[in-house]
Design a protein around this ligand. Sequence first.
Ligand code: CP3
Length: 655
Amino acid sequence: MNSETESSSSDITPSFGGLRVVAFESRMAAEVATMIRRRGGVAIIAPAMREVPLENNHAALDFAERLLGGEFEVVVFMTGVGTRALFAAMETRHQRPALVTALAAITTVARGPKPIRAMRDLGIEPSIVVPEPNTWRELLSALAAKVELKGKRVAVQEYGVSNHELTAGLEARGARVTIVPVYRWTLPADRRPLRAALNAIAAGAADVAIFTSSNQVTNVIQLAEAEGIGDSVKRGFARMAVGSIGPVCSEQIRAYGLGVDFEPEHSKLGHLIKEAAALATLILIAKRADAGRIEAVESPSPRRAASSNAPRSLLTDHPMMKACRREATPYTPVWLMRQAGRYMPEYRRVREQHEFLEMCKRPELSAEVTVTAVERLKVDAAIIFADILLPLIPMEVGLHFEKGDGPVIDRPVRTEADLERIPAVDVAALGFVGDAIKLVHRALAATTPLIGFAGAPFTLASYLIEGGSSRQYQATKTFMYTQPETWHRLMELLARVTADYLKMQIAAGADIVQIFDSWVGSLGPDDYRRFVLPHTASVIAAIPADVPVIHFGTVTGNLLELMREAGGDVIGLDWRVNLAEAWARLNYSVAVQGNLDPIALFADIPEIRARARAILDQADGRPGHIFNLGHGILPETPAEHVIALVDAVHEMSAR
Ligand code: CP3
């Protein structure tokens, strides 16, 4: 086994759980079959190509003559196998050291890790190494950055299909391009396995497709069309989870009008199969539910339309949903703010590979960490992995997250002119959150409600105005006190965007929404009433009545009645108030959520249990209490303490 397959052999979670996985790989067919089976998949191995070294490779020999004659200034090596094959052909006539010396005198480009390795094995150090994801685009810009291409003679080693974009891009910069084809590819001699796989795909009898080279894509589609089943194979792929080894392969898949559902972080077989196992079930649930919904829209059958609403109605009796309505529950439901976060090793593993905003933008990653948290903690609600600051992305204020410093906004909003510069926001730009919700909602549909969320206008405004996190909210309050009209216009804008954003999340499948007004406790009650309440109220009023709203803030002991006035079925409490007293102040007219101090989770488990007990005692078994922390879990919290808390709440509240 080589290094590409080793990574998966020591670790067999996640699992395919019996899904039927079609792989088109030829050279590594046996290894791929083993990897799929070890992860609990049914392997359908359908080699889609055969590599044929060109007999009497005239192009390679001609290239060698010209290279030795000093006719090229640049040589591009596209693939590892091709580089080695080119040398094998050239070395039938020439000595390797002469070829290597000729290459050392000019610019050599390695498109990716495989040609780099092949070149080094042959004794050539590439002068330019193309950065990831190693497509023709990166190749062209890396080369153009180092070499003035005008008038240069460039040879491109090619393997299989020609890359017209690369050739065109080089020529557009004035280079003269010579293609050196080394290998060609064809259909395998024995096409029976590929035909059988295509029939299975057309018949809907396969779940996952794994493409490991762009040439496979062409062969698969061409054979399907030759067999007269092109359209049904394409429809079959649309219902499957389709994985691609990397961007070049994905481009080819998309060129045939097919979708790509995932690409591994590293373009390696082991990673691809592992990600396929991790994501396939979620992707399939989402795709098939979407397909069902599309049919329901197209068909006037009322029975279908009703059943498409079934998942939500199944959850109406979930303890979490009942508690939002202040109905009696068999135990106190519990979930925890920031339950998917850095305290959790599973989260850190994903986070090591991806920037935080990238995680939010990739539905499959966001869905994965959301669902993992629910499964690990056995909590009674999922909260979609996202961030309250995401709506600032379409506002084009330069949002980014700096290591250690949290969010930074490059162009804060401090004046009327700054406000005017914010473009009209279409929440469709945040469609990735909706896509993630669809994945999670369907993965958890009948078991656990899913909370969508957004920042309240005040808390969002504080980030926009301060340009990041703040202690005193000096700029925010100064804005409010000195430019009250502009303040209200900003808040109206934020309220509109927030309402649209929450409605989009609900349409995607969020069962509950939470509004985070995390920093509103910095205001006195008069300012809250005048500058905040009307705007938060307008957001909450926009939410459909059958979707519970949780209205959360911290340091809000002085604002609870006003927050209730702004709206919400559930009011969030932090640990600075006594839950019994706060709820009584609200006349038990709303449900409450809270309120363990997150730092209590650093105490030992008996102490955590005692504190959970005290909060349950304050709630006194009254319907309408959702157990939570008073604010989010801190990154350093021991994960086992979090699990112990959830267990303790379930156990101690059982009625
Ligand atoms: O599990 C969940 O609760 C869902 C995910 C969630 C995140 N942010 C993920 C996140 C939720 C609900 C939020 C809300 C959020 N984001 C709030 C309101 C809640 C609160 O804490 O008061 C606020 C103020 C933000 C803004 C924000 N996002 C800050 C200030 C930071 C940096 C501080 C930090 O904890 O690192 C973030 C980043 C952020 N949002 C992380 C996570 C998991 C950490 C990102 C990382 O892994 O580096």
